[in-house]
Design a protein around this ligand. Sequence first.
Ligand SMILES: *Cc1c(COP(=O)(O)O)cnc(C)c1O
Length: 392
Amino acid sequence: MDKFIPLSVPNFEGNERKYVDDAIDQGWVSTGGAYISRLEKELANFMHVENVAACQSGTSALHMALVEAGVKPGDVVLVPPLTFIAAVNPVRYQFAEPVFIDCDDSFCMDPDKLRDFCQDECDWDGESLKHNGKEVKAIVVVHVFGNMADMEAVMDVASTYGLKVIEDATEALGTYYLEGKYSGRYAGTIGNFGCFSFNGNKIITTGGGGAITANNPEVVDHIRFLSTQAKTDPHFYIHDEIGYNYRMTNLQAALGVAQMEELPEFIKRKQKNFELYKNEFVDCKYAELMPFRVGVSSNKWFYSLCIDRNVIITPMRDIILMLKEKGIETRAIWGLINEQKPYLNYETYKLEKAPYYADRILNIPSSTSITEDEIHYVADEIKKLLEALVNG
Ligand SMILES: *Cc1c(COP(=O)(O)O)cnc(C)c1O
């Protein structure tokens, strides 16, 4: 079959080639060059923050956030079970221990369970929070699929117990609150740290790349310093701290500057396509298109269908293969991180929604270049298939 509708592909309709050529012509291809600082400024302006550091990946941004948050071996970090594993792996890079807290219906961390864990499973002496004698240092909150976690409630818990909040906004660049205490504030600019990714499937891409911001602009400067090998004196190779090779390259940043020019348009398309899908699936009896949080302008990066398991018991693997036959690329939501081999021995707390959704969510094509006809075709074929699976 000729038809192929991909899950999510990058979009280079703008100045990408021009800027990358320019970076090559100038000879600035590595971790120095004007595109890096330009991208940082544009990200900062876009999100109304003072200081952003560009880095190699979302994963390295998350690692730097944990380093700056003072997360040390044996500390406890509260993390989500239902997300991409890169949100949790950096906790282990620091030899700290994750505890998995359940999600709510936005797939983001459930703030009530977060509070219950701190209240009922930990000891608070007015200065530090301890779980089984280990210090609870930080929370990693992921804004899943471009949704926004309930940040008001999360920040409330964090301030009660003096915890650092690391926002994994790798999927949520451009998502912001429309109302409430954080009205106008962007995902990644509310906690102590906000981490972003420009990997190939994200809303903008630099091939591979990421960025980090912090509520303290000086901390961002320090991250920039650490991410370029901590050169206290670059000419005489003096290093007073352990650095990292985590800096973005100028080639990546050239791509990023071009993508930033298109970001508002990409968000518009994602939002419009979500509405189209919504209309297509209103009459679907066997699956629901998952909504995004009310009171938030979401970038609507990824769309999720929730399959009704009361009537459809076909394994997700088979559903995905059957849709592939129709030229439609779909994807299961992630496997639970706490069920992955490296994490089998870590604690979980009241996981109910995470396993529920892990078994039901199917991600459907969401590229910015998808056409209305393709959306119609995708929805039609999925509805037909689900109907057949119920009756068969
Ligand atoms: C993509 C992603 C990351 C990692 O970003 P990279 O740039 O690929 O390192 C981390 N967390 C989540 C939730 C992601 O989706």
